[in-house]
Design a protein around this ligand. Structure first.
Ligand SMILES: NC(=O)c1ccc[n+]([C@@H]2O[C@H](COP(=O)([O-])OP(=O)(O)OC[C@H]3O[C@@H](n4cnc5c(N)ncnc54)[C@H](OP(=O)(O)O)[C@@H]3O)[C@@H](O)[C@H]2O)c1
Length: 352
């Protein structure tokens, strides 16, 4: 294996991009402008576009890996990374190379890269927090998050980071775990809301308020990204599931507050306070409180389970079905319930 130092002699890098889709192409254009040499390989034949951009395109991953890259940049979809990496003859790499991923989740590629790459390879996990739309007028002040997971050739890693520093990015060094926690609360949430707005078919009107314009823009920008990207943000970020539940829960809370706004509702609330000694917990957890006032007492019977988490909300929602017999035969929402393990516990509670 050639000494790593040999690759650190000039500031121009040979970067091999795996996954030459929207984002791979977007990054390549700036790297080319900066004078780096770009090679690419991808599932689709992008040779025509590559020819126009001055990028060498390899259909064959073996030739790609043998092309003496300083850096291999992984820009596949989140969902396909594992399959793509495992299909590459990585043992054929002839020199120590810096592997960089740009996936929008971070713990997942970090774990995968540490698992499948030969020990001699350096690993830098990154997330440029912008895309072709938000970065179309330059990258100045846009955040670039990274963690040096296994970096021995520091100069080479710095030269790679310099690509983003020199464009004016705000460089943020943080752990992959911290990134995923924050991204679930910000990026995943905004994609989820954008997708919901799209489901609702919201469109610009002749009397848009500024806030509505923001919603229309959010809908448009999230829909410009692939659904694979959105799914990946959910499936491969362990914090996203909780945020989705928080979103559902908060939606229900807002609805309840709206409904409780009427004087009739306020009166009913007061009456209920007298009968249900666990009212506070129930108000927090039972999303269909108004609809299932009678069942509230039942919910209270299982107070300990109810306070354990939001998941019980889903049980509450289907509680007539769940409560009317054994979980196995009667619960017609069993399929949904199975997809959230904790709910199965709640279900069992209702059996009792
Ligand atoms: N778009 C953004 O704004 C943005 C911003 C930051 C980070 N990222 C990250 O960058 C990566 C690429 O994003 P993207 O916007 O280009 O869209 P994407 O839909 O997430 O990924 C498209 C890329 O994945 C490849 N791919 C998809 N399914 C595949 C499969 N089954 N086997 C092999 N390759 C497959 C595509 O290859 P072909 O082109 O050959 O079909 C294409 O190169 C993602 O990991 C994303 O999280 C995106």
């Amino acid at each position: 294996m050639a000494a790593a130092a040999a690759s650190s002699s000039s500031s121009s890098l040979k970067v091999g991009i795996v996954g030459f889709g929207t984002f791979g192409q977007f990054l390549a254009k700036t790297m080319i402008k900066q004078g780096h040499t770009i090679r690419a390989t991808s599932r689709t034949d992008h040779s025509h576009l590559c020819h126009q951009l001055g990028v060498s395109f390899f259909r064959d991953t073996l030739s790609f890996l043998e092309a003496d890259n300083d850096v291999i940049l992984l820009s596949t979809s989140i969902l396909s990374l594992s399959e793509v990496l495992r299909s590459m003859p990585l043992h054929c790499l002839k020199r120590r190379t810096l592997f960089v991923d740009v996936l929008s989740v971070k713990e997942y590629p970090r774990n995968l890269l540490l698992q499948v790459l030969p020990e001699a390879m350096d690993v830098l996990c990154t997330h440029p927090m912008f895309g072709p739309e938000s970065g179309k007028n330059g990258w100045k002040d846009l955040p670039f998050v990274y963690e040096k997971v296994r970096v021995r050739d520091e100069p080479r890693c710095s030269r790679f980071l310099q690509i983003f520093e020199s464009e004016g990015c705000r460089m943020v060094e943080m752990s992959c775990e911290e990134h995923d926690k924050l991204a679930a609360r910000s990026q995943f949430l905004s994609h989820a809301i954008g997708r919901i707005l799209s489901e609702m078919g919201i469109e610009s009107t002749s009397m848009n308020t500024k806030s509505f314009e923001t919603l229309v823009k959010l809908k448009e920008s999230t829909n410009n990204d692939s659904f694979d990207l959105f799914s990946g943000l959910f499936i491969h970020n362990r914090f996203a599931q909780q945020e989705l539940m928080n979103l559902e829960h908060s939606f229900e809370m807002v609805k309840q507050r709206l409904r409780r706004g009427t004087s009739e509702e306020q009166n009913l609330s007061k009456r209920e306070e007298g009968t249900c000694k666990y009212r506070e917990e129930v108000v927090e957890t039972c999303r269909h409180r108004e609809e299932c006032r009678e069942e509230v007492v039942q919910t209270c019977r299982h107070r300990k389970e109810v306070v354990r988490g939001y998941v019980v909300e889903q049980t509450c929602r289907y509680m007539e079905e769940v409560g009317s017999g054994s979980e196995e035969g009667i619960c017609k929402y069993k399929v949904e319930i199975e997809s959230v393990p904790v709910v199965v516990k709640a279900c069992i509670t209702y059996e009792g």
